[in-house]
Ligand binder design. Structure first.
Ligand SMILES: NC(=O)c1ccc[n+]([C@@H]2O[C@H](COP(=O)([O-])OP(=O)(O)OC[C@H]3O[C@@H](n4cnc5c(N)ncnc54)[C@H](O)[C@@H]3O)[C@@H](O)[C@H]2O)c1
Length: 431
């Protein structure tokens, strides 16, 4: 039996459990030996699920940092604005870390965290799970092979479905930046900007500009006579965003957010769920009358030092979720949709009557284990374990410095949007 990497969960929400579950599938690789979380239900759940005793349950990151180090690494799955203050004392204690994105919510936090990591030399990997989706991983390999030449332009797109945008960014945890301390671009698209920067790693971003607004989900668009809550509203059966249609008729939809407050009830009934939605659940509010202040769509334009350009378009409220990438190089192009499980590589061929050669790269053999991130979640944790053991990490593996370009571009894109699109200079070498 190999010696597994040992890890303590800090912030036992659904993300941390997703990663920690590798220990159940591959106990020879990873062993979970403790948890720090103020929520006693989550502490108990982790201790039972991963088999450690109460002695290794702590109320928060600080309490854990106060006892002698007893594991190799931390899996930090706290909420966005908690990442930096929960991480620093544990990094100072010498733990390595798998840290959720966004790893910081502003430039000042980013500088503090990168300074601590530089000083203590910890191995810190950010959960850029999309890098590990076979779709993006294979595209990166094609770029590294040089077959499309030097990149001239990169376009990425994320469509956030109507049920996802309404659950997370209008009614839910990331809807109000004063409470979540995150913008929609940071919470949703730091992945996409990371993918863009990863594909463009031969150069670096030097300027960004951005526009976006809350165009759809605001009071002016509420149907005539709409009530504040869906179960008091005459439009409950006709509005596509009514809580009845979205969550009661489909109780599994975003269940880990919508039914989060029922986690102490074993198998809650539909009547209990209706009672919650009719009560004070944020998910029972009229979609047009929430306290959301984040954008529902945003476009970002990036200039790179070598003269290349890039765009990212995020649109919330689409009929289905979708991520797309189109990269144009001096010799050819790569194009595909994450959901399709294939992409095409076309190469300029002046001798051919078709003017180009087109290859379709089928990923179905690689995508046996699909999750919300195209199969990236579990592959990423496996890479973290290899990174920990000093084995050669994959091409997707990130040191914290590799995540700076994407995060910084997001912070500055948001500043540009707030200033009506004014270009912002990007300098990743400050971090
Ligand atoms: N990588 C991805 O693709 C992806 C996808 C979704 C969410 N996320 C990110 O994952 C993170 C977690 O999201 P979630 O929905 O699992 O969150 P969650 O709210 O379910 O879990 C956070 C946990 O942190 C605990 N906590 C709060 N303060 C703490 C402290 N001081 N010390 C220790 N624990 C503390 C809370 O009690 C809670 O159990 C967020 O940053 C989110 O943006 C990443």
């Amino acid at each position: 039996m190999e010696n597994p990497v040992t890890a303590v969960i800090v912030g036992g929400g659904h993300r941390a459990f997703t990663y920690a579950d590798l220990s159940l599938e591959c106990p020879e690789k990873l062993k979970i030996v403790g948890i720090a979380d103020p929520n006693p239900i989550r502490r108990k759940k982790a201790a039972e699920r991963y088999g450690f005793d109460e002695e290794h349950c702590y109320e928060n990151a600080l309490e854990l940092a106060a006892v002698p180090k007893f594991a190799d690494a931390i899996i930090n799955g706290t909420m966005d604005h908690q990442h930096v203050y929960t991480s620093i004392p544990l990094l100072e204690k010498g733990y390595d870390m798998l840290l959720e994105k966004p790893f910081a919510v502003n430039e000042e936090e980013m500088a503090r965290l990168t300074d601590v990591v530089k000083k203590h030399g910890n191995k810190v990997m950010i959960c850029h799970v999309l890098r590990y989706a076979p779709f993006y991983y294979e595209i990166k390999k094609r770029i590294l092979s040089g077959e499309i030449g030097k990149i001239i332009n990169i376009q990425t797109l994320e469509h956030v479905s109507y049920h996802h945008v309404s659950t997370s960014y209008v009614r839910g945890k990331w809807s109000n930046s004063e409470k979540s301390h995150t913008s929609m671009l940071l919470a949703k698209c730091c992945h996409d900007l990371d993918i863009m920067m990863w594909m463009m790693s031969e150069t670096e971003p030097c300027a960004v500009s951005s526009f976006g607004s809350t165009m759809q989900f605001n009071a002016a668009n509420a149907p005539e006579g709409a009530a504040d809550r869906c179960y008091d509203c005459k439009h409950i059966d006709s509005c596509e965003y009514s809580a009845k249609k979205l969550y009661i008729e489909h109780p599994q939809r975003w269940e880990f957010y919508v039914w989060d407050s029922l986690e102490d009830v074993e198998n809650p009934s539909i009547d209990e769920k209706i009672k919650l939605i009719k009560g004070d659940s944020p998910y029972g509010r009229c979609i047009y009358k929430c306290d959301n202040n984040v954008v529902d769509h945003q476009s970002v334009l990036v200039g790179f030092k070598d003269g290349a350009t890039g765009t990212h378009n995020m649109v919330g409220g689409s009929t289905f979720p979708s991520r797309r990438i189109h990269i144009v190089g001096t010799k050819g192009e790569i194009f595909g949709n994450l959901e399709d499980n294939f992409f095409t590589v076309s190469r300029i061929n002046a001798s051919s009557p078709e003017e180009r050669d087109v290859e379709t790269v089928d990923l179905s053999a690689l995508s046996t284990q699909l999750d919300a991130h195209g199969g990236g979640d579990i592959r990423m944790v496996k890479d973290f374990v290899d990174f920990q053991r000093g084995e050669t990490p994959s091409i997707a593996c990130t040191a914290i410095s590799d995540s700076v370009a994407g995060h910084l571009s997001v912070f500055l894109a948001d500043r540009s949007r707030e200033q009506g699109g004014a270009p912002q200079r990007v300098d990743i070498n400050k971090y």
